[in-house]
Ligand binder design. Sequence first.
Ligand code: NAD
Length: 351
Amino acid sequence: MLRVGINGYGTIGKRVADAVRAQPDMAVVGVGKTSPDYVAERARALEYDLYAPAGRTERFETAGIDLAGTTEELVRASDVIVDATPGGIGAENHPLYADHDTPAVFQGAEEDALVDISFNARSNYEAAADAEYTRVVSCNTTGLCRLLTPLDEAYGVEKARVTLIRRGGDPVQSSRGPIDDILPDPVSIPSHHGPDVETVLPEIDIDTLGTKVPATHMHLHSVNVTLASQPEPAAVQSRLAEESRLFLIPEGMGIDGAGALKELARDAGRPRSDLWENCVWAESIAVEGNDLYCFQGIHQESDVVPENVDALRAMFGLADREESMRRTDEALGVGLSLDSTGRPRYPADEA
Ligand code: NAD
């Protein structure tokens, strides 16, 4: 049983904690929090042991929220830490993990240089074997790696060009904008996402352009991939439909955007209405010569969650790629797909 500590219990950390807890071969030691707020209360209600940095324990005492110990004690009690603190804090925490010889999985906002390997389960699972420090790449990079890897295997990717229409902030981030605006973000081209994909898939030639819009539900990717050969759109659809972490949105179901996708997730009884899968509009898949086009929606709050679980198994040699992804998907219920009539199937309904 792998003992996992989660340091940072926000958007990503709380989801990773639940996902780790759902795995039969892993246990959550506890979660690291800095503030005794409603999220800390909820963690206690879910029976997660709470840990806080040594200088902040008094705040929890004052608020009447029990702590199991300090962050350092969490690190000591864990075989591995998933650091889900905000960008840059992971790098500050790195020496604490190193001092205790505790391996760690960091998140997308940390630098590639901080870790041994930048990780996506479908793209480079094996490369994380024996890594001490791994980084699960960002939500957008995860979505691009998942799409480009099977395309590259099947047809060869010569060049990818992707425009990312990014949500302004997560639903909980009241301080984020833009409000009533559309921003090139960054205004310089390419955005960092393409180089980030190349930390996982160095052989892929990709340029990305970033924008930001006043939305919170999801990102939208407008994708153009030049392939080495010319496939039929139907063959691409079939190929992508084989991927458990790609959901091909069926034609004619009225799923016209992020709002409908989130409603689908709510109706499917998904925890926090999460969509762990890339959501690729089947009818957007078009081929012009060797150029493939499509739109995909990425749920920024959750697509990296199964990847964190797989990163843990990869680092500790607990399973090979297929077995780990299968176990993770089964434990979480990943894999929206279509039945023989083209209607979405919900794994939760079949469990
Ligand atoms: P968040 O702000 O929602 O959560 C971070 C949590 O860490 C907060 O609860 C914060 O109080 C806590 N924290 C801050 N300093 C800490 C410390 N020193 N010790 C322990 N806890 C501390 O952030 P998030 O959105 O979950 O992002 C975390 C990481 O995941 C970042 O690297 C981010 O880029 C990445 N990520 C975020 C998203 C997303 O859409 N939210 C998607 C993919 C990847």
